[in-house]
Design a protein around this ligand. Structure first.
Ligand SMILES: C[S@@+](CC[C@H](N)C(=O)[O-])C[C@H]1O[C@@H](n2cnc3c(N)ncnc32)[C@H](O)[C@@H]1O
Length: 257
């Protein structure tokens, strides 16, 4: 089969699965544990191509809903999912802070630091209200946010990272660099995706993603104000105890009841 990168879709959307699927799976296992507890459908907010979260949940037999504002990501999802999977999938293009679902979900997820792309606290509050409204009684909202709460993390830590992946299209390099403004709590990422194809062509794409540094205490307060019960806050998807100084992640398990 000849593999061609489509000029009609962003390079990032076409390469997303090579960069992320299989790289991180602990939070997906946690999502499966939640949907097995509360039932489906599972809605993934910011589902991208669906390859990382939606597909493994479909393979466990649950129906899924994906919400994303990026049409290219949803197009790739529609192209990659089999008809059998598509029949149990609802894909919605929309802003996850305000999109209502066609049916209530048993489990909602917003993983891999996606919620912070709604780059202010009032958007997070609106999203919490939206998710609460669209869950069944007893439903769960699982949120994974990087613990960027420390000034030390950004001032002493690396300000960029790079990863190479071999894909059927050629060698892919994913770069991320970032800057933090502590007064506004905005961390701006620049993501760059470079593909050296087997024919020698080099395709490159860069984009900026502003994010909001989330404080766990504030997020718990906002969740409670949206009527959620904060059932757990872990320091990573393996359920390690949360420590504001050292944990890499803030994994929130919020329950509606
Ligand atoms: C890190 S990626 C996908 C994460 C995916 N849930 C996973 O775990 O692999 C973030 C996705 O969120 C989407 N996104 C960001 N802000 C959004 C918003 N306000 N509404 C809907 N989608 C959004 C982006 O288009 C992107 O596809």
């Amino acid at each position: 089969m000849k593999l061609v990168v489509s000029p009609n879709l962003s390079l990032y959307s076409q390469m997303y699965d090579f960069a992320y699927v299989g790289q991180y799976s602990d939070d997906v296992n946690l999502a499966i544990e939640c949907v097995e507890r509360t039932g489906g459908p599972l809605v993934d907010y910011g589902c991208a191509t669906g390859g990382r979260v939606l597909l493994p949940v479909l393979e466990k037999g649950h129906n899924v809903i994906g919400v994303d504002q990026n049409n290219d990501m949803l197009t790739v999802a529609r192209q990659r999912f089999s008809d059998k999977h598509l029949a149990r999938t609802t894909l919605i293009r929309g802003d996850f802070t305000r999109t209502d679902l066609p049916m209530p979900a048993g489990t909602a997820t917003c993983l891999l630091n996606t919620i912070v792309q709604a780059a202010d606290r009032s958007s997070h509050r609106r999203m919490l209200e939206t998710v609460f409204r669209n869950l069944v009684e007893g439903g769960i909202f699982l949120v994974g946010i990087k613990n960027d709460n420390l000034a030390a993390y950004d001032s002493k830590g690396s300000k960029s990272r790079e990863r190479k992946v071999v894909t059927p299209y050629g060698e892919l390099t994913f770069k991320a660099s970032w800057d933090v403004c502590l007064s506004t709590r905005i961390k701006t990422y620049i993501f760059t995706c470079v593909l050296k194809t087997h024919t020698g062509a080099v395709l490159e794409e860069s984009f900026r993603v502003p994010t909001f540094l989330v404080n766990a205490d504030e997020f718990c307060l906002d969740a409670q104000e949206a009527n959620f019960v904060v059932e757990s806050l872990w320091g990573d998807p393996k359920k390690s105890p949360y420590d504001a100084e050292t944990s890499l992640w803030q994994m929130f398990l919020l329950r509606k009841n």
